[in-house]
Design a protein around this ligand. Structure first.
Ligand code: DOR
Ligand code: ZN
Length: 350
């Protein structure tokens, strides 16, 4: 049996914890418990709640719920459809960034594309704008960034064309980063089809050649972000299943398994799961926040998950790397499959 390794606490800048409004799918307690079980000590939650986070009031309500329930550190993105600019300056100090949807996804908070430039003008903060921007809107993003070069993070890049666009924008010197999800790295379209609705998310899974392109250009993307997007089994089995898959508990083992197979190096792993997300979010990290990971092999099982939805598109896979212990600022908050933290002990990051 292989020994354990120590890694810094992982940082995920892209999760949907559904609280408030859809706590039958997940809540701040179960979602941050899943984060710890997956080796994450900081997560950033997205604003597409049942009632989206478009006002300071809604944001404050959300933060106060998280204060009572979170067991890891958590930050929040603000949302916009381009008609709440009066709220922006009130929330700069309370958020991780601004999320803007240029393509359709769960909740349907897509903006009118004509408003993108106005939104960029109005967001007078150094905190990043997170874009859901698939291939069809690349030109719009590029021209907007050229005229208003605000810090931008392209979420869940999933294809060759999307990654090539980001690499080109970086070559031009534009202030852009991007993330790739574990499902786009470890599942292709054909495998997704076999999973049915349990393999449906936005962006959709891509053909094998796109998946391979991501692996062949590992240094073209900055972050592996889970896009943890839980929905219940029942919702997924319905006639109109919502997009999204959970990911907080499976990302690290999948990546460690790929590392063992020689697909990426430890320094690439640390960059994508810790250093680059810390940079994106402007977080100071410290030596007293770390995780211990048992490097023996096991099978991903739905029954073992802390996420409320209780399923994973990766169930049945054999992986290495199970989080044994999480230490947050010197305190053990998770050990051998059990939570050792009080609800509300996570910090709100701002
Ligand atoms: O698959 C997805 N699900 N993609 C998104 O962009 C949103 C997410 C959700 O909120 O369920
Ligand atoms: Zn998302």
């Amino acid at each position: 049996m292989m020994a354990s390794i120590i890694l810094p606490g992982l940082i995920d800048p892209h999760v949907h914890l559904r609280d408030p409004g859809q706590i039958h799918k997940e809540d701040f307690f179960t979602g941050t418990s899943a984060a710890l079980a997956g080796g994450y000590t900081t997560v950033v939650d997205m604003p597409n709640n049942a009632e989206p986070i478009f006002s300071e009031k809604k944001l404050d309500e959300k933060i106060s719920i998280a204060r009572q329930k979170a067991v890891c550190d958590i930050g929040f993105n603000f949302g916009t459809l381009g008609d709440n600019f009066d709220q922006f300056s009130n929330v700069y100090d309370k958020v991780a960034g601004l999320k803007v949807y240029l393509n359709i996804t769960t909740g349907g908070f897509i903006i009118d594309k004509k408003k993108l430039a106005e939104i960029y003008q109005a967001w007078e903060s150094d905190k990043p704008i997170f874009l859901h921007a698939e291939d069809d809107v690349s030109d719009l993003v590029l021209s907007t960034l050229r005229s208003i070069p605000r810090r931008t993070h392209i979420c869940h890049v999933s294809s060759q064309a999307e990654l090539e666009f980001v690499m080109k924008a970086k070559d031009e010197g534009l202030p852009i980063t991007c993330g790739v999800t574990p499902h786009h790295l470890f599942l292709n379209e054909t495998e997704g089809d076999k999973l049915g609705a349990f393999g449906h998310m936005k962006p959709l899974l891509k053909p094998e050649k796109d998946r391979q392109f991501l692996w062949d250009h590992l240094d073209g993307f900055d972050i592996v972000e889970s896009d943890h997007a839980p929905h219940t089994k029942q919702e997924k089995q319905s006639d109109n299943p919502p997009f999204g898959v959970p990911g907080l508990e499976t990302t690290l083992p999948l990546i460690l398994t790929a590392e063992a197979e020689g697909k990426l190096t430890r320094s690439q792993l640390l960059a994508k799961l810790h250093t680059n997300p810390a940079k994106l979010l402007g977080l100071q990290t410290d030596q007293t926040t770390k995780i211990e990971v048992d490097m023996s092999e096991y099978e991903i099982n739905n029954e073992d998950l802390k996420a409320k939805c209780g399923w994973s598109p990766f169930a049945g896979r054999r992986v290495i790397g199970k989080v044994k212990k999480v230490i947050l600022r010197g305190s053990t908050v998770y050990k051998n499959g059990s939570l050792a933290a009080e609800a509300g002990s996570g910090r709100i990051i701002q």
